[in-house]
Design a binder for this molecule. Sequence first.
Ligand SMILES: Nc1nc2c(ncn2[C@@H]2O[C@H](COP(=O)(O)OP(=O)(O)OP(=O)(O)O)[C@@H](O)[C@H]2O)c(=O)[nH]1
Ligand SMILES: [Mg+2]
Length: 423
Amino acid sequence: LTSHRMQALSRTFNYFFLTPSTDINSFPHSIFALKLTCALSASTSNLLITITALLTDTTQDLQLEVEVEASVQMEEREGEDGVEQPPLCPIDPNTQGIIKGRDLFGYVGIEAVLDQMRRKTMKAGFEFNIMVVGQSGLGKSTLVNTLFKSKVSRKSCTPNYEEKISKTVNLQSICHVIEEKGVKMKLTVIDTPGFGDQINNENCWEPIVKYVNEQYEKYLREEQHVNRKRRIPDTRVHCCVYFLPATGHRLRPIDVEFMKRLGHIVSIVPVIAKADTLTMEERLEFKQRIRQDLEANGIRVYPQKEYDEDAEDRILNDKIRENIPFAVVGTDKEHQVNGNKVLGRKTKWGIIEVENVAHCEFANLRDLLIRSHLQDLKDVTHNIHYETYRVRRLNESNANGLGLSALSLENGTFDKNEAESQL
Ligand SMILES: Nc1nc2c(ncn2[C@@H]2O[C@H](COP(=O)(O)OP(=O)(O)OP(=O)(O)O)[C@@H](O)[C@H]2O)c(=O)[nH]1
Ligand SMILES: [Mg+2]
């Protein structure tokens, strides 16, 4: 609070401004709730944590008292010698008609909900699942290793992934719990076998589409369970990193087909693989051509324009849209550069530093996936892709005259007795 605002508040209310050293137990119980409001007004994060711990059960009472207090204040202010008081806060013409908590009765501490959410998330941790998809030999498995060995996890993960990367023949998940500043993230990367080796590559997207849908189905079944788990394990693919070969030409028909299909069920982030094989000019031109091709073919890649929430979002996402596909280089080796250990590819003419933005865009990809858009990717997965799947499945089962339980039965999770007992 500014000192001006504090003065204005103490004219109207008998407020106590607590400091972190104030002993809250020394206050009479009857004015406890009011004092909590005051305490939140002078909030520091430490103070907030102590007080919330003391008052977890009185939150409801607190809200009621605050509301009463607010109406009293309004009456007093209206009755004061007919003299119009200046508003405590300047009135924003854009918010006229909306009474904001602060304007009415000072600082209530609504924003403390952020602290509450933070504490809950820290306790529970969260899951994030990335899938890598693309033609064989483009460096998918290498990039998964790069991600786990790079800054995202260097401190917390012991690389137990096999040292020599060989051709991936089965779909496999690599999972690490990464902890940073007390926040736990269970990061799972699903490595997929590359396609394009067969003479006939028709329907090569099917195993991937099947896997993505299976995860939605698993989640749907859990949701419909009568005794639902408190937290449904989330194995849904939140993001699919699609590898494009650095041909320098245009999108190949197989990539167009593949991405078209995947784009409807999962958020795709395309990347140019092995970008160290392109010069800077080639890289720029190739990126531009890919963006044109994506648009011309109506391929939906993340972040989609229609899901931008506001102008701020649009500005941030426009920058990403102008920059995709990221040109990445992968490695699982570390080298010494100027006395520092860096992840890089050693060539005859120098070291390509994977995490150096002047060399490649791996760091931009990692920032997008983890630092800036992780929650949005999870939200889009849940609210758009999963929702579309859920609606389709429920419509299907209704059209077939099967109930929800039958839907679960159909997918083989329940045994017959369990389903009958639910009915
Ligand atoms: N030049 C260059 N080579 C790379 C890069 N990333 C990986 N490689 C090499 O490419 C080869 C294949 O890498 P993998 O990671 O096995 O490729 P993949 O996409 O997993 O292949 P599949 O498992 O068959 O689908 C290895 O020899 C890697 O060292 C890169 O960014 N640049
Ligand atoms: Mg592989």
